[in-house]
Design a protein around this ligand. Structure first.
Ligand code: ADP
Length: 265
Protein backbone atom coordinates (compact mmCIF):
# COMPACT_ATOMS: atom_id res chain seq x y z
CA UNK A 1 0.00 0.00 0.00
CA UNK A 2 1.09 3.59 -0.51
CA UNK A 3 1.32 4.33 3.17
CA UNK A 4 3.38 7.27 4.37
CA UNK A 5 6.92 6.50 5.48
CA UNK A 6 7.48 3.99 2.69
CA UNK A 7 10.03 4.66 -0.01
CA UNK A 8 9.29 3.89 -3.66
CA UNK A 9 11.28 3.90 -6.84
CA UNK A 10 9.53 4.36 -10.14
CA UNK A 11 10.61 2.66 -13.34
CA UNK A 12 9.01 2.79 -16.77
CA UNK A 13 8.22 -0.41 -18.65
CA UNK A 14 7.66 0.18 -22.39
CA UNK A 15 4.46 -1.32 -23.73
CA UNK A 16 4.11 -2.87 -27.22
CA UNK A 17 1.34 -0.38 -27.91
CA UNK A 18 3.90 2.40 -27.71
CA UNK A 19 2.98 3.69 -24.29
CA UNK A 20 4.71 2.93 -21.02
CA UNK A 21 3.74 1.47 -17.72
CA UNK A 22 4.99 3.12 -14.56
CA UNK A 23 6.04 0.49 -11.99
CA UNK A 24 6.45 1.31 -8.31
CA UNK A 25 9.09 -0.61 -6.40
CA UNK A 26 8.88 -0.58 -2.64
CA UNK A 27 12.49 -0.03 -1.55
CA UNK A 28 11.71 0.90 2.06
CA UNK A 29 13.72 -2.00 3.45
CA UNK A 30 16.67 -1.50 1.11
CA UNK A 31 16.65 2.17 2.04
CA UNK A 32 16.68 1.32 5.78
CA UNK A 33 19.53 -1.17 5.36
CA UNK A 34 21.46 1.42 3.39
CA UNK A 35 20.98 3.98 6.16
CA UNK A 36 22.12 1.48 8.79
CA UNK A 37 25.24 0.79 6.73
CA UNK A 38 25.98 4.50 6.32
CA UNK A 39 25.51 5.17 10.04
CA UNK A 40 27.77 2.26 10.87
CA UNK A 41 30.58 3.49 8.62
CA UNK A 42 30.24 7.00 10.01
CA UNK A 43 30.45 5.60 13.56
CA UNK A 44 33.49 3.45 12.81
CA UNK A 45 35.27 6.37 11.14
CA UNK A 46 34.54 8.64 14.05
CA UNK A 47 35.62 6.09 16.64
CA UNK A 48 38.91 5.50 14.82
CA UNK A 49 39.56 9.15 14.13
CA UNK A 50 39.43 10.22 17.78
CA UNK A 51 42.47 8.18 18.93
CA UNK A 52 44.22 8.73 15.61
CA UNK A 53 43.97 12.50 15.95
CA UNK A 54 45.39 12.26 19.43
CA UNK A 55 48.32 10.13 18.24
CA UNK A 56 49.06 12.55 15.41
CA UNK A 57 48.94 15.57 17.71
CA UNK A 58 51.25 14.12 20.35
CA UNK A 59 53.74 12.77 17.81
CA UNK A 60 53.95 16.20 16.22
CA UNK A 61 54.58 17.83 19.60
CA UNK A 62 57.28 15.27 20.34
CA UNK A 63 58.97 16.18 17.07
CA UNK A 64 58.99 19.90 17.92
CA UNK A 65 62.23 21.78 18.19
CA UNK A 66 63.31 21.95 20.96
CA UNK A 67 62.16 18.52 22.03
CA UNK A 68 60.05 18.36 25.21
CA UNK A 69 61.81 17.37 28.44
CA UNK A 70 62.07 13.64 29.20
CA UNK A 71 59.21 13.67 31.70
CA UNK A 72 56.80 15.30 29.26
CA UNK A 73 58.02 12.97 26.53
CA UNK A 74 57.18 10.00 28.69
CA UNK A 75 53.76 11.33 29.48
CA UNK A 76 53.02 11.90 25.79
CA UNK A 77 54.27 8.43 24.87
CA UNK A 78 51.83 6.99 27.40
CA UNK A 79 48.95 8.87 25.81
CA UNK A 80 50.03 7.62 22.38
CA UNK A 81 50.19 4.08 23.68
CA UNK A 82 46.69 4.37 25.18
CA UNK A 83 45.28 5.67 21.91
CA UNK A 84 46.97 2.91 19.91
CA UNK A 85 45.55 0.30 22.30
CA UNK A 86 42.13 1.82 21.88
CA UNK A 87 42.38 1.52 18.09
CA UNK A 88 43.56 -2.02 18.51
CA UNK A 89 40.60 -2.97 20.72
CA UNK A 90 38.21 -1.33 18.32
CA UNK A 91 39.54 -3.16 15.26
CA UNK A 92 39.51 -6.42 17.21
CA UNK A 93 35.88 -5.93 18.25
CA UNK A 94 34.94 -4.92 14.71
CA UNK A 95 36.49 -8.11 13.35
CA UNK A 96 34.68 -10.20 15.96
CA UNK A 97 31.40 -8.47 15.17
CA UNK A 98 31.88 -8.92 11.41
CA UNK A 99 32.59 -12.58 12.10
CA UNK A 100 29.48 -13.24 14.19
CA UNK A 101 27.24 -11.19 11.86
CA UNK A 102 28.47 -13.01 8.78
CA UNK A 103 26.18 -15.58 7.14
CA UNK A 104 29.21 -17.91 7.20
CA UNK A 105 29.53 -17.68 10.99
CA UNK A 106 30.27 -21.23 12.14
CA UNK A 107 29.39 -22.42 15.57
CA UNK A 108 30.91 -25.57 16.95
CA UNK A 109 27.97 -26.57 19.05
CA UNK A 110 27.95 -29.44 21.43
CA UNK A 111 25.57 -30.75 24.01
CA UNK A 112 26.90 -29.39 27.30
CA UNK A 113 25.45 -29.01 30.81
CA UNK A 114 24.40 -25.44 31.61
CA UNK A 115 26.33 -25.75 34.87
CA UNK A 116 29.54 -26.48 32.91
CA UNK A 117 29.18 -23.25 30.93
CA UNK A 118 28.73 -21.29 34.14
CA UNK A 119 31.72 -23.05 35.73
CA UNK A 120 33.86 -22.22 32.66
CA UNK A 121 32.88 -18.58 32.90
CA UNK A 122 33.79 -18.46 36.58
CA UNK A 123 37.08 -20.24 35.89
CA UNK A 124 38.11 -17.78 33.21
CA UNK A 125 36.77 -14.52 34.72
CA UNK A 126 36.81 -15.23 38.47
CA UNK A 127 40.42 -14.09 38.88
CA UNK A 128 39.78 -10.73 37.23
CA UNK A 129 36.69 -10.19 39.35
CA UNK A 130 38.46 -10.86 42.63
CA UNK A 131 41.52 -8.84 41.52
CA UNK A 132 39.12 -5.94 41.14
CA UNK A 133 38.09 -6.45 44.76
CA UNK A 134 34.64 -7.74 43.85
CA UNK A 135 32.79 -10.77 45.13
CA UNK A 136 31.41 -13.22 42.61
CA UNK A 137 28.37 -15.11 43.86
CA UNK A 138 27.14 -18.29 42.22
CA UNK A 139 23.34 -18.37 42.05
CA UNK A 140 23.39 -22.03 40.97
CA UNK A 141 22.90 -23.62 37.58
CA UNK A 142 21.09 -26.76 36.41
CA UNK A 143 22.90 -29.71 34.85
CA UNK A 144 20.42 -29.82 31.96
CA UNK A 145 22.21 -29.86 28.65
CA UNK A 146 22.08 -27.04 26.14
CA UNK A 147 23.44 -26.83 22.59
CA UNK A 148 26.29 -24.37 22.74
CA UNK A 149 29.67 -23.49 21.33
CA UNK A 150 31.77 -23.24 24.51
CA UNK A 151 34.25 -20.71 23.04
CA UNK A 152 31.45 -18.46 21.86
CA UNK A 153 29.79 -18.72 25.29
CA UNK A 154 33.05 -17.79 26.94
CA UNK A 155 33.02 -14.62 24.88
CA UNK A 156 29.42 -13.89 25.87
CA UNK A 157 30.05 -14.37 29.59
CA UNK A 158 33.36 -12.51 29.29
CA UNK A 159 31.71 -9.44 27.76
CA UNK A 160 28.86 -9.45 30.30
CA UNK A 161 31.14 -9.92 33.30
CA UNK A 162 33.54 -7.22 32.06
CA UNK A 163 30.60 -4.83 31.74
CA UNK A 164 29.31 -5.75 35.18
CA UNK A 165 32.76 -4.96 36.60
CA UNK A 166 33.18 -1.73 34.60
CA UNK A 167 29.75 -0.23 35.15
CA UNK A 168 28.42 -2.03 38.21
CA UNK A 169 31.60 -2.51 40.22
CA UNK A 170 30.53 0.06 42.81
CA UNK A 171 28.02 -2.50 44.07
CA UNK A 172 30.89 -4.62 45.41
CA UNK A 173 29.63 -7.91 44.04
CA UNK A 174 28.41 -9.70 40.95
CA UNK A 175 26.36 -12.80 40.58
CA UNK A 176 26.06 -15.39 37.87
CA UNK A 177 23.70 -18.29 37.42
CA UNK A 178 21.21 -20.18 35.29
CA UNK A 179 17.75 -21.73 35.58
CA UNK A 180 15.68 -24.14 33.55
CA UNK A 181 12.80 -22.75 31.50
CA UNK A 182 10.34 -24.76 29.45
CA UNK A 183 12.47 -25.32 26.34
CA UNK A 184 15.62 -23.45 27.18
CA UNK A 185 18.02 -22.55 29.93
CA UNK A 186 18.23 -18.92 30.97
CA UNK A 187 21.61 -17.62 32.10
CA UNK A 188 22.35 -14.33 33.82
CA UNK A 189 25.06 -11.99 34.96
CA UNK A 190 23.94 -9.47 37.54
CA UNK A 191 25.53 -6.50 39.22
CA UNK A 192 24.47 -4.22 42.05
CA UNK A 193 25.76 -0.92 40.65
CA UNK A 194 23.88 2.17 39.42
CA UNK A 195 21.87 0.28 36.80
CA UNK A 196 20.48 1.48 33.48
CA UNK A 197 17.50 3.79 32.87
CA UNK A 198 14.63 1.99 31.13
CA UNK A 199 14.80 4.06 27.93
CA UNK A 200 18.30 2.67 27.27
CA UNK A 201 17.61 -0.97 28.09
CA UNK A 202 16.90 -2.15 24.58
CA UNK A 203 19.21 0.24 22.77
CA UNK A 204 22.40 -0.79 24.58
CA UNK A 205 22.52 -3.91 22.36
CA UNK A 206 22.89 -1.70 19.28
CA UNK A 207 26.33 -1.24 17.82
CA UNK A 208 28.10 1.80 19.34
CA UNK A 209 25.20 2.70 21.61
CA UNK A 210 26.41 3.81 25.02
CA UNK A 211 24.58 5.43 27.88
CA UNK A 212 27.62 7.52 28.75
CA UNK A 213 30.18 7.83 25.97
CA UNK A 214 32.94 9.37 28.06
CA UNK A 215 32.55 6.74 30.76
CA UNK A 216 32.67 3.91 28.22
CA UNK A 217 35.80 5.29 26.54
CA UNK A 218 37.55 5.87 29.84
CA UNK A 219 37.03 2.26 30.81
CA UNK A 220 38.26 1.04 27.44
CA UNK A 221 34.83 0.28 25.99
CA UNK A 222 34.17 0.17 22.26
CA UNK A 223 30.37 0.14 22.35
CA UNK A 224 30.36 -3.21 20.52
CA UNK A 225 30.41 -5.70 23.39
CA UNK A 226 26.67 -6.16 23.77
CA UNK A 227 26.07 -6.24 20.00
CA UNK A 228 28.51 -9.15 19.87
CA UNK A 229 26.71 -10.83 22.79
CA UNK A 230 23.29 -10.56 21.16
CA UNK A 231 24.54 -11.86 17.80
CA UNK A 232 26.26 -14.89 19.30
CA UNK A 233 23.21 -15.76 21.39
CA UNK A 234 20.84 -15.34 18.44
CA UNK A 235 23.08 -17.51 16.27
CA UNK A 236 22.45 -20.19 18.91
CA UNK A 237 18.72 -19.74 18.57
CA UNK A 238 18.42 -17.90 21.86
CA UNK A 239 17.92 -14.27 22.82
CA UNK A 240 19.53 -11.70 25.09
CA UNK A 241 17.96 -8.91 27.12
CA UNK A 242 18.66 -6.59 30.01
CA UNK A 243 16.66 -5.66 33.09
CA UNK A 244 17.46 -2.95 35.53
CA UNK A 245 16.15 -0.80 38.29
CA UNK A 246 18.03 2.47 38.62
CA UNK A 247 20.13 2.45 41.75
CA UNK A 248 19.96 -1.26 42.42
CA UNK A 249 21.89 -2.77 39.52
CA UNK A 250 21.56 -4.35 36.13
CA UNK A 251 20.91 -7.93 35.07
CA UNK A 252 21.69 -9.40 31.66
CA UNK A 253 19.81 -12.54 30.64
CA UNK A 254 20.24 -14.83 27.68
CA UNK A 255 18.67 -18.13 26.72
CA UNK A 256 20.07 -21.21 25.01
CA UNK A 257 17.91 -23.99 23.62
CA UNK A 258 17.95 -27.32 25.41
CA UNK A 259 19.93 -30.09 23.71
CA UNK A 260 16.99 -32.46 24.11
CA UNK A 261 13.44 -31.35 24.63
CA UNK A 262 12.28 -32.18 28.14
CA UNK A 263 10.49 -35.55 28.29
CA UNK A 264 6.82 -35.25 29.02
CA UNK A 265 5.74 -36.62 32.38
P1 ADP B 1 31.04 -0.71 25.97
O1 ADP B 1 32.22 -1.09 25.20
O2 ADP B 1 30.73 0.77 25.93
O3 ADP B 1 31.02 -1.27 27.35
P2 ADP B 1 28.77 -2.47 25.41
O4 ADP B 1 28.10 -2.77 24.12
O5 ADP B 1 29.41 -3.59 26.13
O6 ADP B 1 29.84 -1.33 25.08
O7 ADP B 1 27.74 -1.75 26.37
C1 ADP B 1 26.97 -0.66 25.86
C2 ADP B 1 26.60 0.31 26.97
O8 ADP B 1 25.67 -0.31 27.86
C3 ADP B 1 27.76 0.74 27.85
O9 ADP B 1 28.48 1.82 27.28
C4 ADP B 1 27.03 1.15 29.13
O10 ADP B 1 26.54 2.46 29.00
C5 ADP B 1 25.84 0.20 29.19
N1 ADP B 1 26.06 -0.95 30.10
C6 ADP B 1 26.47 -2.19 29.75
N2 ADP B 1 26.53 -3.02 30.81
C7 ADP B 1 26.14 -2.29 31.88
C8 ADP B 1 25.98 -2.56 33.29
N3 ADP B 1 26.26 -3.77 33.81
N4 ADP B 1 25.55 -1.53 34.09
C9 ADP B 1 25.27 -0.31 33.56
N5 ADP B 1 25.39 0.02 32.25
C10 ADP B 1 25.83 -0.96 31.42
Amino acid sequence: SLSPGRVFEISAVPLPSGGALAVLHDVTRIEAAERTRRDFIANVSHELRTPLTSIQGYVETLMDDPMPDPETTREFLHIIQRSARRMNRLTEDLLTLAGVESPDYKLFRQSIPASALVDDAVASMGGLVSDAGLRLDLDGAPDDKVMADPDAMNQVFGNLIENAMKYGGSGGRLSIGARLLENAVEFWVRDYGPGIASEHLNRIFERFYRVDKARSRESGGTGLGLAIVRHIVQAHGGDARAESELGSGAAFYFTLPLAEPPTAL
